[in-house]
Design a protein around this ligand. Structure first.
Ligand SMILES: Nc1ncnc2c1ncn2[C@@H]1O[C@H](COP(=O)(O)OP(=O)(O)OP(=O)(O)O)[C@@H](O)[C@H]1O
Length: 294
């Protein structure tokens, strides 16, 4: 029996899934897999998940490993690291393909068809594919960009509360912020904030979403603002393609876009206003790119 492995190597975790005839037959997970941020750890985690799957399926033949790695396009000379994985598993299969996590998600979300893809998880990026012309927008990391992402939502929430404090105003976000950052006042939140890493800060976006569910208007406004920014990025990416015969499919992927209905609704209404015929779908399918890969 032969199988393929699809691997989504993301900022917070790696998920590997093995398929036989489109049916999932094994999975394995490991810690972070962003090759730009930590190449050594990424390779270690990739080796762990592939080993786990190949051991589970040891009596079968692996014909393809398709790995989508976060940070691949920004990484400085990632090739030696990728070669290490290829070399390590050369007896398992010679067919190991590396691509960016965005391209992998594009194949997943649009099932190999042309269209657009927005991903927002810890970070964010927008991708387009039309007749093999790939364009991207954003994805320049948390210091420069990542609009609509968990990180930017968290950052805007803390910055808004601090700004209000400076103006002598109160913020309804303070209790949630103090609880998450384990501080007794906003000034102490600042020192905590600089001690945490990007993923830890980004995880506060989930708490903010819970505040929004409790009808906290400030939380709702922050989610809508980040959604508006991401919608603009999507609209501008679509505009960069010649408008004749482009496929107006848009897939929304990544935990923020899959789980947050306020953000989904805001992006859908803004993008549909610009492109009324666009078809928007939410894609929580991960790793099936290996099945759709040709
Ligand atoms: N309902 C929600 N509202 C807001 N943020 C959310 C929600 N659900 C999850 N998140 C945020 O999504 C982020 C994790 O997303 P995901 O699991 O897609 O990340 P990742 O694949 O590790 O990151 P990346 O795709 O950027 O490399 C966390 O920051 C979390 O706080």
């Amino acid at each position: 029996m032969s199988y393929v492995i699809g691997i989504d190597s993301g900022g917070t975790h790696i998920t590997a899934t093995a398929y036989k005839d489109n049916i999932e037959i094994a999975t394995a997970t490991a810690g972070p897999g962003n090759i730009f941020l930590d190449p050594q750890q990424t390779i270690k985690n990739l080796i762990k998940v592939i080993t786990e799957i190949s051991e589970k399926l040891s009596s079968n033949t692996c014909t393809l490993i398709l790995i989508g790695i976060a940070g691949l396009e920004s990484a400085d000379n990632p090739q030696p690291y990728l070669d290490k994985v290829k070399d390590y598993f050369k007896s398992l299969t010679e067919n190991i393909i590396f691509t960016s996590d965005a391209k992998l998600a594009l194949i997943n979300g649009l099932e190999g068809k042309d269209g657009f893809l927005a991903i927002a998880g810890t970070g964010s990026i927008v991708y387009g594919r039309q007749k093999n012309k790939y364009l991207r927008a954003g994805g320049w990391g948390y210091l420069l960009d990542d609009i609509g992402s968990g990180y930017r939502i968290s950052q805007e929430a803390v910055a808004t509360a601090l700004e209000k404090m400076d103006r002598g105003e109160n913020s309804s976000l303070i209790p949630a912020i103090l609880e998450y950052f384990k501080a007794d006042n906003l000034k102490n939140v600042v020192s905590q904030y600089y001690k945490l890493n990007r993923t830890e800060i980004a995880a506060f976006s989930l708490k903010l979403a819970q505040e929004a569910d409790r009808q906290n208007d400030e939380a709702i406004m922050i989610l809508q603002h980040q959604a508006d920014l991401l919608a603009d990025e999507i609209i501008h990416l679509i505009k960069r393609y010649s408008q004749e015969s482009i496929s107006l499919n848009l897939a929304l992927s990544g935990s923020v876009l899959v789980n947050n209905l306020i953000i989904q609704k805001e992006i859908s209404s803004k993008v549909k206003h610009a492109y009324p015929t666009i078809k928007i779908m939410v894609s929580d399918r991960s790793n099936t790119a290996a099945v759709n890969y040709i």
